[in-house]
Design a protein around this ligand. Sequence first.
Ligand code: ADP
Ligand code: ASP
Ligand code: MG
Length: 444
Amino acid sequence: MSLSPIVCKFGGTSLADAEQIRKVASIVRANERRRFVVVSAPGKRHKNDQKVTDLLLTCWHLAMQQLDYAQPLQMIRERYNEIARDLDVEPVAGPLEEMEHELRKLAADDQSTLATRDWIASRGEYFHACLVAAFLEATFVPAGECIRFDNEGALDSISYDLLQQHMQSNGLYVIPGFYGRDMRGRIKTFPRGGSDITGAVVARAVQAEVYENWTDVSGLLMADPRVVENPRPIGEVTYRELRELSYMGATVLHEETIFPASQAGIPIYIKNTNAPLEPGTRIVATRDASQPAIVGIAGKVGFTTIYLEKALMNQQRGYGRRVLEVLEAHGISYEHIPSGIDSMSIIVSDEQLGNCEPAVLRELKRTLEPDRIETYPDLALIATVGEGMAHRVGVSGCLFEALRQAQVNVRMISQGASEINIIVGVEASDYERAVRAIYDAFVE
Ligand code: ADP
Ligand code: ASP
Ligand code: MG
């Protein structure tokens, strides 16, 4: 009987050049159960470097506008050629030429081009999986034939069967992350950072014992290392806690990653390619939540509050529904709705709001006739997360005392009945100070 396999996904920095790919090879070879390797496109080699996916998207934008894309294209070519040369494997000449050909058609407004935004973006993972498979002497798995999206753009569960069918023998497989195909047969990508999701889908398809996500930090940290200096790593965290943290900005794992893994009960380990012996983070279904109460703090800037006030709002049945219908008509989803007796505040991300704000306000005024309607921009949301908070006295007291001491004004508070997180809204300019204050209060 074969041993249960491990799926390992390597992120862009883990595969940024030949030296990194050699580290990946030694990690894969160190355990014969690591038989499924999901790869990202080459990421940044240093702080000021460019990710290949960003370069590809730049080419696409320029070609769309009939502008010169020669320079980013040359940078992409050089990245792959250099890696192939250093690893002593065949360059990806044919597929690169095909992409150049399709870009030329796009720039010439030739409707027969394959070069949609998603097709171009997916080439980074495709080329790289070809190179890595050659270096590892592994079988390349065509993600476009295996990962399928339904008409709503969600993962089609047929993908699990298709992946299994393509990876039946006992060998080593390399699967490009980030893309699949839609119902009409066109290449479609997951959202940015979505190779993490491919890894989880593959893990579920092969019923992996573990999904290892290899990156450039030694696990999930208790706060964003760009905000808090040297935050502590988290040893163990539940799927629910991870979902809260990653949704709220702990970008180490894409927020949608946990679903395929948690549905199949597969633990996820976050590990550091540059320090493989460090323990990293284990993401599991349940943990002893008594210690510690708080697992982490995450947050994001870029939210706006839409505030509505109307006398006797509380007596009007369906008022809230009609507000949400206006948002829905503009394709906007909301984050939180704290409400008073005669008022409600709807918090939406600026990304969702886009340039619809004037139209949304007009529509709200027309259909809901509020006594007052205002918008407050520049809101940041901070989530303090931990299953151990439930039924524990004093957690929010500690949090708000920390914010008081840091002189941070709280503009919004939200805590769900599950008590897994406390979310506060603060001025964007107070964001980093607030995160540090909360971190210090609970951790240091
Ligand atoms: P990869 O290219 O391997 O997918 P990402 O750049 O997507 O890696 O994610 C890793 C990065 O996530 C880290 O380098 C770190 O800067 C950032 N990050 C943000 N919040 C956290 C956190 N709470 N814990 C760990 N890393 C975090
Ligand atoms: N290369 C893609 C991106 O940069 C996907 C990924 O790395 O996960 O978003
Ligand atoms: Mg990532």
